[in-house]
Write a protein that binds this ligand. Structure first.
Ligand code: C2O
Ligand code: CU
Ligand code: CU
Length: 569
């Protein structure tokens, strides 16, 4: 019954408080070779009454500065954790090594710093950063610990596009959240009703605006919500052009009046406001046009015993941001190029493996999770895939649940091949790192795993609905060097098994479901094979000759792969 209390409190607010209009802040930028971020606790007066506890970076009380990076540059980022809890920061969409990526295996203790250093290898686009500490990603990110990353490159610089930050090129961070009766963020609710743009409240008697010049302007749209999909459009169905997706510019601008953006996704759009000086238009979410099953579309009837998912934002259209159009700048962009960059999707024939990922729930009707990939929850100790470096792969995602899931993978940008066998819409044919998979839909993408190998620290892939991710809708893969012989290239899934005793000084015993001949490899922590045997029967391996340390043992039996870590004493 929280909703009705909240809703009536909100109605009261609408009538009591004068309509409050706030200009959205455009975060300051940080650039150069050395960037310092401090994540800290803060608070914001989002509602009358109690302050809302937040997390933010540097001088901000909510969200963080925009990082501007140039393709080819080196950057060293110091992340200092002052939030009173363990956390980390992930550079969403950037192609960096697993130890610099800030996935779940990187942990920054309270009061400590983490210093990733990398070369920017990415194409010009809009990326973002946010915490990724397993089990607390939703809590930390929804409290405000997130920011935009803009990457620039030469191809983009040669185009006549708006790129003066805060003047004709704007970061637009859209979020929705649920607050409890003490005005505190609730990370796991599905009744999120408060809309934020760049940290400014945008509904229930509040509105957010942005002054824009009467010329071509660029909006970098980021959906940083925990769960909600926005169906962006402008009042009067004003047409706009989509110029970029998650990981780069498109071949050519795509005409649109609507743009569905699920959690984690980014799109860049251009709006021609040349003839609109003195007028206002609204960026809206047209939730009434989203299908049921997408969080943001009409509320699904919940089976008895399940928590409600009845956010007042579901299935309705609402304002997000008023664009207040004023005088043009002295040197405006007045036309939109007809072509952008050359996007070269990877031909399907180059793939040498298709990995099948099925999304499931405990039962078909479960809408609030937990949700699984291939019947398994995330396990920090289990590597789901060993991917040889430079492998080109097709990932086939099938959603056998009632809700849509935005699938995200670290390390790479991918190209969507098809949705249920049909070509994706034109704006989804560029570089992407998140794809929304609808209920009962199968989406295939192709990608290549390049540059970075690591036989110990994996990259994750997960649903970007943060509560699904925290609940375990996540897996992980290692990109391994060629010649890494601890594994076979052709297996689909490695399952973990138990070996005993562990630690051991002389032998290991194991039990495999298949009663067949077994091959095994034992690798040290660098991935080097230190002991192996093919096609033997039995269930005991003698390891007394290994020196002390941590090892991995890999079994292949009946065409399946199993692995376990063990300690040799
Ligand atoms: Cu935006 Cu793994 O995350
Ligand atoms: Cu990511
Ligand atoms: Cu999900």
């Amino acid at each position: 019954m929280k909703t009705s209390i909240l809703t009536s409190a909100l109605c009261w607010l609408i009538f009591q408080s004068a309509h409050s209009q706030t200009a959205i802040p455009i975060p300051d930028t940080l650039s150069g070779n050395s960037i310092a971020l401090t994540m800290h606790q803060d608070s914001v007066q989002f509602f009358p009454g109690q302050l809302t506890q937040t997390l933010a970076f540097n001088q901000y009380a909510y969200l963080g500065p925009t990082l501007i990076l140039n393709n080819g540059q080196n950057v060293s980022i110091t992340v200092n954790n002052q939030i009173g809890d363990t956390t980390n920061v992930h550079w969403h969409g950037l192609h960096v090594s697993p130890t610099n990526d800030g996935g779940p295996h990187i942990m920054i203790m309270n009061g400590m710093s983490w210093n990733p250093q990398f070369t920017v290898l990415d194409k010009a686009s809009t990326y973002w950063y946010h915490p990724h500490f397993h089990g607390k990603t939703a809590e930390h990110a929804i409290k405000g610990a997130a920011g935009i990353i803009i990457v620039r490159d030469n191809d983009e610089a040669q185009l006549n596009l708006p790129r003066t930050y805060g003047v004709d090129d704007f970061p637009i961070i859209v979020q929705s959240a649920q607050l409890d009766s003490n005005n505190q963020f609730m990370p796991f609710g599905m009744q999120d009703s408060i809309v934020f743009v760049n940290g400014v409240r945008a509904n229930y008697g509040y509105s957010a605006y942005l002054n824009v010049p009467a010329q071509v302007v660029r909006l970098r749209l980021l959906n940083a919500a925990g769960e909600r999909t926005f169906n962006f459009g402008f009042t009067g169905d004003m047409p706009f052009k989509i110029i970029g997706s998650d990981g780069g510019l498109l071949n050519a601008p795509v005409n649109a009046t609507r743009l569905r953006v699920s959690p984690g996704e980014r799109y860049e759009i251009l709006l021609d406001l040349s003839s609109m000086n003195g007028q206002n238009i609204y960026l809206m979410s047209y939730g009434s046009e989203l299908p049921m099953g997408v969080q943001g579309g009409p509320t699904m009837p919940m089976p008895p015993g399940n928590p409600p998912m009845d956010s007042p934002l579901n299935g309705v259209d609402y304002n997000i941001l008023q664009l207040t159009v004023g005088s043009p700048t002295s040197n405006p962009v007045t036309s939109i190029p007809s072509t952008l960059v050359t996007v070269t999707p990877i031909p399907e024939a180059q793939s040498n493996i298709t990995r099948l990922i099925e999304m499931t729930a405990v039962n078909m009707m479960a809408m609030d999770g937990p949700f699984f990939f291939n019947q398994q929850l995330f396990d920090m100790e289990r590597i789901d895939y060993y991917i040889p470096i430079d492998n080109t792969e097709i990932w086939e995602l099938t959603n056998n649940t009632m809700v849509a899931h935005p699938f995200h993978i670290h390390d790479v940008q991918f190209y969507v091949l098809d949705r249920d066998g049909n070509l994706p819409p034109v704006h989804e044919r560029g570089r992407k790192d998140v794809v929304l998979v609808m209920p009962q839909e199968t989406v295939r993408f192709i990608t290549k795993f390049e540059t970075f190998t690591d036989t110990v620290v994996p990259y994750p892939f997960h649903c970007h609905i943060l509560m699904h991710e925290d609940d375990g809708m996540m897996g992980q893969f290692l990109v391994v060097p060629s010649g890494f012989t601890g594994i076979d290239d052709n297996f689909v899934l490695t399952q973990s098994i138990t070996v005993f005793p562990n630690p051991t000084s002389s032998f290991l015993q194991f039990e495999l479901p298949e009663n067949e001949l077994v091959s095994y490899r034992i690798t040290d922590m660098s991935g080097k094979v230190v002991q192996k045997q093919d096609n033997f029967s039995g269930n005991t391996i003698h390891v007394s000759q290994l020196s002390q340390g941590i090892y991995h043992v890999w079994f292949r039996a009946g065409g399946k792969f199993y692995s376990s870590k063990f300690q040799k004493q």
